[in-house]
Design a protein around this ligand. Structure first.
Ligand code: GDP
Ligand code: MG
Length: 518
């Protein structure tokens, strides 16, 4: 009986979910599944592995920064939904992963429930956090919760609200989780507030979220936001406060970058002067819409990036995995032939030497007394033959194993991503099984037909880019800049240090919390 694999059930759910949000991407899932099949054929993947789990499907926007800077208030305001607890006290000192639900009501689930609907992208976060939290002997639930929220604005995105940097205990864990979240995020909003120009937590934030990030290649995903500027209204000194903040940022290396000044109108203190209010209001509106625009953009970018990822994965299979497997077979064949040739030559020389030394040669004719013994009847003849074959076979397959190990070690040393080592090892093993001829150049599971299927995926991914361009540039469409973004996303993908390296985090041999729960 064929039991459908868990991963395949999961991909079907993903496909269904994506169909509602972006039909093009749901087709992309099918292509990822095709790549999965190819990867399994060549032994690179086992049954429960999927390229799709290495792709973050939803754009992730994280809101970090100073404690009590108004992060949670901002999220509530953005979602037009009263989701996050707000207040001077550290009410909610956990990371909240916020995603859309079609239920009428919001729900809060413990960190370990990160596999609840819409499941997919969160698994990596929980895994990453589990990794860092484990060393502390702490539980993931202490750091993380999942919130689902019915706000339509959230559809197709995931937000992360974070505790501030002020909680002293668990501070190191918080910082490390923050690092992981930054790596996974498509957009990072770093919040400061105009009330606390220079405090301890401000220094931490500057150290960790400014100094440590300005030199990243993806530094343009960081937005620096000075919040609560309404508090400067009484003295009407926004420019001064803003300039002082900019200087503080500059001290930590941020000279160019996106910085904004906003306040939350629901939480703002009343304005005394109508002129001042109007000025502040227009600043708030301009900067808020710029921020919201960036949040919208990441959805579009993400769509392009996923397709870029598909293409990149297909190319990776073709240019790296398959070619490495071919080199593996070739290297193995060379090593085996060379060693066995040398062995035969040595045996021959030893044989000649020994027989000369033993005096079995008379001129050019050799008389071996034990040969007569072997030939004396069927039993001795076939017995000797069997022993001889067994010895030769044993030696040959030992040499093959040795060669496979050597070549595999050499090729693995080239693979910089250690997460892929188990995959390569599995594929090498499959291609070097004892019944696979050394003289057949193709790796196991690889042939013309598989190559064609891979080419088809590459063709499809180009077609998807076209479709996305059509979708986002169509005259009635909202976002005309999309192709630019798409190109940017494509370029980003080419960069060696692009954070998608992080996507290798889905360790192949690790138990998958999503799967095991199902
Ligand atoms: N004056 C003013 N207060 C704000 C603003 N945004 C948030 N607050 C208040 O600041 C406090 C902390 O807000 P909260 O969202 O919990 O901050 P978080 O710790 O960064 O999540 C709350 O009492 C909010 O009402 C703002 O723009 N102006
Ligand atoms: Mg908060």
């Amino acid at each position: 009986m064929f039991k459908e694999s868990k991963i395949s059930q999961r991909l079907q759910k993903l496909e269904k979910h994506l169909k509602q949000e972006n039909p093009i991407l749901s087709e992309v899932v099918l292509n990822f599944r095709e790549l999965d099949r190819i990867s399994r054929r060549i032994g690179f993947f086992h049954r429960e592995e999927s390229h799709a789990t290495r792709t973050p499907w939803w754009p992730l926007i994280s809101i970090l920064g100073i404690y009590s800077a108004g992060k949670s208030s901002f999220i509530n305001n953005f979602l037009q939904y009263n989701l996050q607890a707000v207040g001077i006290q550290a009410v909610d000192d956990k990371f909240s992963v916020i995603c859309f639900t079609r239920d009428k009501k919001e729900r809060v689930l413990p960190g370990l429930a990160l596999d609840a609907d819409p499941r997919f992208p969160l698994y990596k976060i929980s895994q990453a956090i589990e990794e860092v939290a484990k060393g502390q002997g702490s539980h993931i639930d202490a750091y993380l919760q999942l919130k689902t929220c019915p706000s339509e604005i959230l559809r197709g995105k995931i937000l992360i609200d974070s505790p501030g940097f002020d909680a002293d205990d668990q501070r190191t864990s918080t910082l490390r989780i923050t690092d992981h979240i930054i790596n996974l995020s498509d957009l990072v909003l770093v919040f400061f507030d105009a009330r606390h120009p220079e405090t301890g937590s401000m220094r931490d934030t500057l150290q960790h979220l400014v100094k440590a990030t300005v030199n990243r290649r993806d530094s343009n995903k960081f937005l620096y936001i000075l919040n609560q500027i309404d508090v400067t209204a009484n003295e009407d000194n926004l420019e001064e406060v803003f300039a002082a903040w900019q200087r503080a940022l500059a001290q930590y290396g941020l000279t160019a970058g996106s910085s904004y000044a906003i306040y939350n109108e629901d939480a703002a203190i009343p304005f005394d002067n109508e002129d001042v209010r109007a000025r502040y209001e227009s600043k708030r509106q301009a900067d808020s819409s710029a921020i919201y625009g960036r949040i919208e953009q990441v959805g579009v970018e993400r769509a392009y990036r996923i397709i870029g990822m598909l293409e990149q994965t297909a190319n990776m299979l073709k240019q790296e995995v398959v070619s490495r497997l071919e080199r593996f077979k070739e290297g193995m064949r060379r090593k085996v032939l060379r060693l066995e040739g040398a062995l035969l030559a040595a045996l021959f020389l030893a044989f000649v030497g020994l027989t000369i030394w033993g005096g079995y040669w008379e001129g050019l004719s050799l008389s071996l007394p034990f040969l007569d013994l072997v030939m004396s009847n069927h039993y001795t003849f076939y017995g000797t033959l069997a022993i001889l074959l067994a010895v030769v076979g044993y030696v040959h397959f030992s040499i093959r194993r040795w060669a496979a190990k050597k070549v595999s070690a050499k090729l693995l040393a080239e693979v910089t991503d250690p997460d892929l080592h188990p995959n390569y090892k599995r594929a090498f093993r499959k291609s070097s099984r004892w019944w696979r001829s050394l003289f057949w150049p193709n790796p196991a599971g690889w042939g013309k037909r598989t190559a064609t299927r891979l080419e088809k995926v590459l063709d499809d991914s180009n077609a998807y880019i076209q479709k996305l361009n059509d979708e986002f540039t169509n005259p009635s469409g909202r976002d005309k800049v999309a192709p630019e973004i798409g190109r940017q996303a494509q370029q980003d993908l080419q960069r060696p240090d692009f954070p998608q390296a992080e996507s290798g985090n889905a360790l192949p041999d690790n138990p998958d919390p999503l799967i095991s729960k199902n």
